[in-house]
Design a binder for this molecule. Structure first.
Ligand code: ADP
Ligand code: MG
Length: 657
């Protein structure tokens, strides 16, 4: 049914690319012991390779081919959160492209004059990659706009379409397929035997894992990680999430096509069967069982499923005394079991268990927090620090950063914001207050590009922002935090803060994959580290963000916003959930930032906090501005006292000012 391992010739040795960098899978669960184990495993396979039976060699070659596709799925589905059932179709594109180039009379006649026969498969690779690039970009542009269940459904639709296309095109041999593919030759070596091609497949797999792990360990990798759970946050950091999604999708497609190309030259014939929807589901199954968020999970999943399928295909018919695809039923049950017991897949559990056997327990986030690895090199500051070299008096100015004029937002018949006008200047803290449902969050969305006003205009740094996305606001110097904290809980505090520095970097996907971004990456991380120091969070740099208290997470969000070097900061309820002392430190930090010349617009319910900090206050009620002025003016406004019914603004606060 699927790719059957072939039994053919002999020679060579895989896995020479197993350099240390490759084993940094970019995921938390792989400690040093696990890396060593993987290295030993790959070296062991390389050493044993010449002595393995032809059958075993074919099986391992198939595993590598599966794992290349699955690694792409780990990036796309596990990390970026886009489920695809259709990867087998891209494998098919890669296979059919090379099969056609190498065997069709049209292609060989056209190319024969200026290309040696040995180069035809490489032309096939280029064609397959080009086709896959075009098709996946096109499909991605259409389908990736969809969310929820629609995206996976669409992948099923085009997975099926391409499969039937392969089977129904006469020049691709219909359902019988294409036979007589030549063997690959590389630097004059023939790869006719599965033993030789298997080496190539493993080398390609290891290079793919190395590249993907580099990617995940970079600025663009952090952007990809944010796609799954926090697209609004990512856009607010200046990340073009639609582009990131398409790139992840295209990269996964290209890896599938490369696997297909290798597969075609391993089998030396192609037919539509291995590119069926079933197999597309099987790839996804491998990723999920292995651990969809972990690159080495792809190898584990591909190995387990391939070996298991092999065994079950032999055993089950014998056991049950009848022939049939019983392994499919067994897989279904296995999937249920794995998802129940190991929702993250097997790799993370195995990795941490293995680590425990090796006698070096991994620090839990809380332990990691109490034992900061860099406590000696980075003494923790007592309070918030001003960045070096900034003179407070010099940077203070009154430039207008934000100007919202007559901004209105309707939700059906509801006027959530009714002609709201506000300005925020450099070097001031402007507070936006009002009872629940007054329209504060709606207004925040309008002035940060998350939502568009029904009428009225928002100007940022003097530019009209009508119709522009959140990332443009970020590029112009807007930093923000969220009422409901949006951090990547599994990632470290340092990585989360570095995400804020995204738009200050340049390195793209290719540079990141090839690890040519190290200088810039070091700068971004150093900037994140500086912001952590400034916010007195250095001790938590290595802890998972999810392990921090809500108050600390809010400060991490501020540090993340600061890492983007903003001129204007929007803070949505920064003091909510903070303890008294934390509020005091937060107020000190905001005072410090104001002194450095930042403009700050803050929505906050804690009146004590607001009244003591803000230079100006605007009060919203039922979507309209009912008062605006200094804290003293606002507190004595009858409209404000009326709106709050004397409940929230406590008399003592009013008296104090
Ligand atoms: P606040 O942040 O001041 O508590 P919001 O801005 O969240 O208030 O809400 C203002 C009003 O707009 C509320 O009545 C809310 O129900 C309504 N609203 C907010 N967002 C939406 C939306 N996406 N669709 C419909 N109504 C909304
Ligand atoms: Mg709100």
């Amino acid at each position: 049914m699927t790719r059957e391992p072939l039994e053919r010739g002999i020679s060579v040795d895989p896995g020479t690319v197993a350099e240390a960098g490759l084993l940094r899978s970019g995921t938390g669960a792989s400690g040093r012991g696990v890396r060593a184990t993987v290295l030993i495993g790959v070296t062991g396979l390389a050493l044993a390779w010449p002595f393995l039976s032809d059958f075993t060699v074919s099986l391992f070659a198939t595993i590598a081919l599966y794992a290349i596709v699955t690694a792409g799925l780990v990036l796309m589905t596990g990390v970026a959160g886009m489920t695809s059932f259709g990867q087998a179709a891209f494998v098919g594109l890669g296979s059919y492209a090379t099969a056609w180039v190498c065997t069709s009379p049209v292609a060989t006649a056209a190319l024969g004059a200026w290309v040696a026969p040995g180069l035809l498969p490489w032309i096939g690779l280029l064609l397959g990659a080009g086709l896959t690039f075009a098709v996946s970009w096109g499909l991605g542009a259409v389908t990736l706009r969809l969310s929820g269940h629609y995206l996976p459904l669409c992948t099923i639709a085009w997975g099926l379409s391409l499969y039937f296309l392969f089977g129904n095109l006469a020049f691709l041999g219909g359902h019988t397929g294409i036979t007589g593919l030549p063997a690959l030759t590389l630097f004059g070596f023939s790869m006719a035997s599965p033993r030789a091609l298997g080496v190539l497949a493993w080398v390609v797999l290891l290079i793919v894992l190395w590249g993907l792990s580099n990617l995940l360990d970079s600025r663009e990798g952090r952007a990809v990680r944010a796609l799954k759970s926090s697209r609004i946050m990512a856009e607010s950091m200046g990340i073009d999430t639609a582009r990131s999604r398409i790139k992840a999708f295209v990269l996964a497609g290209l890896l599938a096509a490369i696997s297909g190309w290798l597969y075609a030259h391993l089998q030396r014939f192609v037919n539509p069967t291995p590119f069926n929807l079933n197999i597309g589901i099987e790839y996804l199954f491998m990723a999920v069982v292995g651990g969809a968020g972990h690159l080495w999970g792809a190898v584990l999943g591909a190995t387990l499923i391939t070996l298991l399928k092999q065994r079950l295909q032999d055993w089950l018919p014998q056991l049950l005394g009848a022939s049939g695809n019983f392994e499919v039923i067994a897989f279904g049950l296995l999937m249920l079991f794995v998802l129940q017991r190991f929702p993250e897949g097997l790799w993370p559990s195995l990795a941490s268990r293995w680590h425990r056997w090796l006698g070096a327990p991994r620090l839990s986030p809380r332990e990691a927090m109490s034992k900061p690895a860099d406590a000696d090199t980075h003494p923790q500051p007592r309070g918030f620090m001003a960045p070096a070299g900034i003179s407070i008096a010099e940077t203070r100015s009154q430039a207008q950063l934000l100007k919202a004029s007559q901004v209105t937002r309707r939700f059906g018949g509801l006027l959530a914001n009714d002609s709201v006008s506000i300005t925020v200047c450099a070097g001031e803290v402007h507070a936006l207050i009002g009872p629940n449902g007054a329209g504060k969050s709606t207004f925040f969305n309008l002035i940060s590009g998350v939502d568009q006003p029904s009428s009225g205009e928002v100007q940022l740094m003097g530019q009209s922002m009508t119709g522009r996305p959140a990332r443009d606001f970020a590029r112009l110097g807007l930093g923000r935090t969220f009422q409901h904290v949006r951090l990547l809980n599994q990632r470290t505090v340092l990585e989360n803060v570095a995400m804020g520095a995204y738009r200050t970097g340049q390195a793209g996907w290719l540079k990141s994959i090839l690890r040519l971004d190290r200088r810039e990456e070091a700068e971004l991380l150093a900037e994140a580290q500086r912001q952590l120091e400034r916010c007195a969070l250095t001790a938590y740099a290595g802890a998972s963000a999810g392990a921090l208290s809500l108050g600390q997470q809010r400060i991490v969000e501020i540090a993340r916003a600061l890492a983007g070097k903003p001129r204007l900061l929007l803070l949505d309820e920064p003091a909510a959930g903070l303890r008294h002392l934390e509020k005091q430190t937060l107020a000190r930090l905001l005072g410090q930032l104001r002194a450095e010349g930042l403009g700050i617009l803050v929505v906050e319910h804690d009146m004590d906090f607001v009244m003591n900090l803000a230079d100006r206050i605007t009060v919203l009620n039922f979507g309209s501005v009912i008062a605006s002025g200094t804290p003293a003016e606002v507190q004595t406004s009858p409209a404000v006292l009326d709106a709050y019914l004397g409940g929230v603004i406590e008399p003592e606060v009013i008296e104090r000012s």
